[in-house]
Design a protein around this ligand. Structure first.
Ligand SMILES: O=C(O)CCC(=O)C(=O)O
Length: 227
């Protein structure tokens, strides 16, 4: 039954800027998705790439995942005005690729576009030792100033002094768990010092609306629940 009362999960998302949903996918599914992720990287990504965008364009398996009812049932609670898939990307940390992902705010990837949320799903069990996601709860409510980073891109001006060390949540998760997070949330990921590969799929959604010019770069976009 459709109701206008936000679900506990939607209230938690509004308060913290993210929600964690364990065991959304099973381990056998994650193993299949990892094989598919490897295929997509080998066939479509530049050699040695650790990030590949537009996965659903090249993979029916990931396209199915982007519209899987288990994901959409949660998305509909957080996005009551409808759900549209925008794009997905593989983020791969090889055993020898140990670097952490620095703190950032995704909104700066798509400045002046409508609000979005992403689902971060590890296809391996993740802990602080092998590159799990780290988040600052509530940081989505702050307006972060903008600066140009070393690569010439605009990003949020974020400093460790902006929060206390014990505000940081390190999201230990079994493979197939999911973190739904706002594009305003400060997040990063830890160093991968475990000596094994770490595969993640990140899918991004927003409420349906007429295409913004930015959207036209994403050929797999699709309305999943009309407004
Ligand atoms: O999985 C990770 O390392 C984090 C990736 C990330 O936050 C991003 O690509 O925006």
């Amino acid at each position: 039954m459709k109701t206008d009362i936000p679900s506990p999960l939607a209230l938690q998302y509004e308060r913290d800027g993210f929600v964690t949903v364990p065991n959304l996918l099973g381990p056998a599914e994650c193993d299949k998705l990892k094989i598919e992720a490897r295929r997509v990287l080998d066939e479509h990504a530049d050699p040695g790439s650790s990030v590949y965008l537009h996965v659903a364009v090249h993979s029916p398996i990931f396209k199915r995942l982007s519209e899987d009812p288990r994901l959409v049932d949660i998305l509909r609670q957080i996005l009551p005005k409808g759900v549209m898939f925008l794009s997905d990307k593989i983020v791969y940390k090889a055993a020898e690729q140990t670097s952490p992902t620095p703190w950032h705010v995704d909104y700066f990837y798509w400045l002046q576009t409508r609000p979005k949320l992403s689902i971060w799903i590890p296809l391996d069990d993740v802990t602080a030792e092998n590159g799990t996601l780290t988040v600052i709860p509530g940081s989505h409510k702050k307006t972060w100033p903008m600066e140009k980073n070393e690569s010439g891109y605009f990003s949020a001006r974020i400093r460790d002094a902006d929060w206390n060390a014990d505000d940081i949540v390190s999201c230990d998760l079994k493979c197939g768990g999911a973190i739904f997070f706002s594009d305003r949330l400060v997040h990063g990921s830890t160093t991968n010092s475990a000596g094994s590969d770490r595969y993640v799929i990140i899918s991004t959604y927003h409420a349906p609306a007429a295409d913004e010019p930015f959207d036209l770069k994403f050929p797999a976009r699709k309305v999943l629940i009309a407004s």
